[in-house]
Design a protein around this ligand. Sequence first.
Ligand code: SF4
Length: 62
Amino acid sequence: MRIDVDRELCMGSGNCIFWAPGVFELDDDGIAVVVDPTAAPADKIALAVDGCPTKAITVTGD
Ligand code: SF4
């Protein structure tokens, strides 16, 4: 599974970190980056995707 964050869309709300801890972190620019796509189960990652206010997260693959 591949998880991408669109840096143009991300506004640094941190919702994804709440929903899928360990998968995302905010970088020095306050933009979410994927640090470990295996750190949370798929249902939590789906919550992160749905919970992103700017729909910046996309998941491809299984
Ligand atoms: S939930 Fe969306 S907007 Fe908020 S930090 Fe994560 S990717 Fe960025």
